[in-house]
Design a binder for this molecule. Structure first.
Ligand SMILES: *Cc1c(COP(=O)(O)O)cnc(C)c1O
Length: 355
């Protein structure tokens, strides 16, 4: 597939102070687009200046929410070269999300070619400071202007890019987590395993309430019995008992995180015992109280690892371990970020070098 490139005539100034980047506020000069029409497949891959879409107010995505996305990063190595971490896993997951939402599977090869070309055009936008990266947001939405609940026939796939700051400017920092026992994120047979927009819309209220109580994330329990640990915010959840790491097994309502899979792989390679199981929140609380639970942390692309300092449910507030960063959390964080930024050898074939 030939990718048509139209360059902007009005490039924006690149950010001068990379310590002020934050997350997802600034976008680069160009974006990649590709359309899907039923009967035709994916057509017209193109790179165009970043800008607003023309969209009909009846566009189906605005009414019935056929919208899915992905999140990954482009990293700048110390030698100035650029690299991606497991990008094809993100596109494969997007196809799985699409299938559940009755959207077309992605042309994963065309999407990857589009991403590589877009990054070639935007290479100067990948920030240089330690811990910074260029966040990549592939998205797919239903475009038909038609009311009536059924699958659309025209979809738009696009990729936008946003330079983001270092998640941890002063080293890993533990967060306090609120166990949500009223609202649920996903249910059996639902869309929990997909990155569909509706999952996030449904999560905002609980997140907002937790924040007002002074907690930075919500720990989600299962949507059937509200007894078992699912995820924390938009991260997968892991617990350490000495040299054993346990995490909820993938059950259809949990998002299969690429960071989750990578951390479990690295942990096994480092000699830790790894167990995927159904984890009752009551057991986690009892183990935190008795001191058997030594560490707890979330995993995801944005933070890589987010250690948990305090866990709260109703009026009970528990400190995990000594409330500081655990040694396993720190080791796994150092190793995975080392691989991603190219300071540690990648033995698993995860890195795609672009330059
Ligand atoms: C994206 C996401 C994750 C983490 O996935 P990664 O591939 O590791 O970034 C976990 N849970 C939810 C709900 C997510 O949306």
């Amino acid at each position: 597939m030939e990718i048509k490139v139209t360059l902007t005539t009005a490039p924006k100034a690149k950010p001068q102070d990379e310590t002020q980047l934050g997350f997802g506020r600034l976008f680069t000069d160009h974006m990649f687009l590709m359309d899907y029409y039923a009967g035709q497949g994916w057509v017209d891959p193109r790179i165009v200046p970043y800008g607003a879409f023309q969209m009909d107010p009846a566009a189906m995505v605005l009414h019935y929410g056929q919208a899915i996305f992905e999140g990954m990063k482009c990293y700048r190595r110390a030698d100035g070269g650029l690299q991606l971490f497991r990008p094809t896993a993100n596109f494969a997951r997007m196809s799985n999300s699409a299938e559940r939402m009755c959207m077309p599977r992605l042309d994963e090869e065309a999407a990857f070619e589009g991403l590589k070309k877009l990054l070639e055009v935007e290479q100067e936008w990948v920030p240089h400071n330690v811990g910074t990266s260029l966040y990549i947001r592939p998205t797919m939405i239903a475009m038909d202007a038609q009311l009536g609940v059924h699958a659309a026939k025209h979809y738009l796939f696009y990729i936008i890019l946003s330079p983001v700051g270092s998640y941890y400017k002063d080293g890993l920092k533990p967060v306090n987590i609120y166990v949500e026992d009223k609202y649920v994120r996903a249910v059996r047979g639902g869309t929990g395993f997909t990155k569909c927009a509706g999952n996030y819309a449904a999560s905002i209220l609980a997140g907002d309430i937790a924040e007002k109580k002074g907690y930075s994330q919500v720990l989600w329990l299962d949507g059937v019995e509200q007894k078992y640990v699912e995820e924390v915010g938009a991260m997968n959840m892991m617990f350490a008992y000495g040299n054993k790491i346990v995490t909820p097994m993938l059950n259809g309502s949990i998002l299969p995180g690429i960071t989750r899979d990578s951390i479990l792989t690295i942990a096994r390679q480092m000699g830790y015992e790894v167990v995927e199981d159904r984890l009752a929140i009551a057991d986690i609380f009892a183990d935190a109280k008795s001191g058997k639970l030594t560490e707890a942390f979330g995993t995801g692309t944005a933070a890589v690892i987010s250690p948990v300092g305090k866990l709260a449910m109703n009026d009970e507030v528990l400190t995990v371990g000594d409330g500081n960063i655990g040694t396993i959390s720190q080791k796994l964080y150092d190793t995975l970020t080392g691989i991603q930024w190219g300071t540690i050898e990648d033995k698993n074939g995860w890195i795609v070098k672009l330059s």
